[in-house]
Design a protein around this ligand. Structure first.
Ligand SMILES: *Cc1c(COP(=O)(O)O)cnc(C)c1O
Length: 399
């Protein structure tokens, strides 16, 4: 009997060792990891450059609090500013805190402008922004809100894709629009570039802020450093996390200078956020992500993945309803119940994947995968479909 909260329907499987895209269980069984800790292990397991940085960091100061200057944090912040739309960064320990900071920044920006009544954010059905009271309200998923008292006010939801529906929700109280450019948990839905540009225009026309949640789709995963680049737009605020620490808990809220400037001493804080050890790791991860050819590799290998998945769909049209996603955040809407299918892949084919909403099989491999890894993963999925087919055709036992 576990001493832990029962908040997860955990598998019994426990891993002991990881190397690149492979994980090894306690009994030595090798698994192909197309889950990567739900999109966190962007460099796979045990990246030598990051491991060396962590080891060197362990001999230095781990934590000092944000009362003091943290050179590693200054450096990582500066590098993120240089590589993105942003002028200022706030570091967190998780994605949900990064989104929370984004929401607070947006609200406080208008408060500071003398418009405290402007605090409403338009968000989207099927989204996921984290598990704090603020971010479950932002996500709007009734099953995550139920039982926790009244939802934090100030969020309105509509289905993504319909600009007129978004526009209809704008009132004098609206301060911004919050969206995942590729919805992860909700079912791996990539927003059309046209829709993203439309949201940018709506924000510009109405003096609102565009807030992106790139916690899952950012940091190279779509084949650009950030997914917003595909639409040729920039946000005003953006939450980042999963890939940024490569497995070390780290997140960040990025903002334009004009927007961030109201966040003065006393408005926000975090004891751990951006501590020296976390930022040492974060800098090493960024060395790799922004290293020569890295993101171009993601773009190339994801095109191979897309091609192989199309072949798979043609071969098993009865099982693959739709292919979704962008780059290496990929989804297959399938007909077999997805949780059972994820278990089957793990148990019978030693492939790790993750379920998403709308019965979507989600593939979030490390960004370092090769085409051989892609072929191996797709062959395992094909083998699982073949097995389901064979089971359905076999005569049921009469007992
Ligand atoms: C995972 C996720 C979050 C929450 O991140 P945590 O680190 O679990 O708090 C928020 N937004 C998106 C898009 C995510 O995928």
């Amino acid at each position: 009997m576990s001493a832990l909260y029962g908040t997860y329907a955990r598998s019994d499987l426990a891993f002991e060792r990881g190397e690149g895209v492979r994980l090894y269980a306690q009994d030595g069984t090798e698994y192909l990891d197309f889950n990567s800790g739900i999109g966190v292990n962007a460099l796979g397991h045990g990246d030598p450059h990051v491991v060396a940085a962590l080891k060197a960091g362990a001999d230095k100061v781990w934590h000092t609090s944000n009362i003091f200057t943290i050179p590693e944090q200054e450096k990582l912040g500066q590098r993120l500013v240089e590589a993105t739309f942003a002028d200022a960064v706030f570091f967190t320990n998780s994605g949900t805190e990064a989104v929370e900071c984004a929401i607070k920044t947006a609200r406080h920006y208008f408060f500071d402008k003398g418009q405290p009544e402007r605090f409403e954010i338009i968000a989207f059905t099927g989204s996921f922004h984290g598990r704090t009271l603020g971010t479950i309200a932002a996500g709007g998923n009734p099953s995550y809100l139920e039982g926790f008292g009244p939802a934090l006010p100030g969020f309105k939801h509509t289905a993504p894709g319909d600009l007129a529906a978004v526009e209809a929700l704008i009132t004098p109280a609206t301060c911004g629009i919050l969206i995942e450019p590729v919805q992860g948990e909700g079912g791996v839905t990539a927003m059309p570039a046209e829709f993203m540009r439309g949201l940018r225009e709506l924000c510009d026309r109405n003096g609102m802020l565009l807030i992106l949640d790139e916690v899952q789709c950012g940091y190279g995963r779509t084949g650009r450093f950030f997914a917003y680049e595909w639409a040729g737009i920039t946000p005003d605020i953006m939450a980042v996390a999963k890939g940024i620490g490569g497995g070390f808990p780290l997140g960040a809220c990025l903002a334009k200078g004009e927007v961030a400037k109201s966040m003065v001493p006393g408005t926000h804080g975090s004891t751990y956020g951006g501590n020296p050890l976390a930022c040492t790791v974060g800098n090493a991860v960024l060395d790799r992500i922004l290293g020569p050819g890295f993101i171009a590799h993601v773009d190339e290998v994801s095109q191979r993945l897309a091609w192989h998945l199309q072949q798979l769909q043609q071969r098993f049209p009865q099982f693959v309803v739709e292919l979704r996603g962008k780059g290496l955040i990929t989804g297959l809407k399938i007909t077999p119940p997805v949780r059972d299918f994820v278990n089957r892949l793990r148990r019978d084919h030693q492939l790790l994947a993750v379920a998403a909403g709308d019965n979507v099989l989600r593939l979030l491999p490390p960004l370092t995968i090769t085409e051989a890894d892609v072929e191996e993963a797709v062959a395992k999925i094909a083998a699982a479909f073949t097995a389901i087919d064979a089971e359905a055709k076999s005569v049921p036992a009469i007992d």
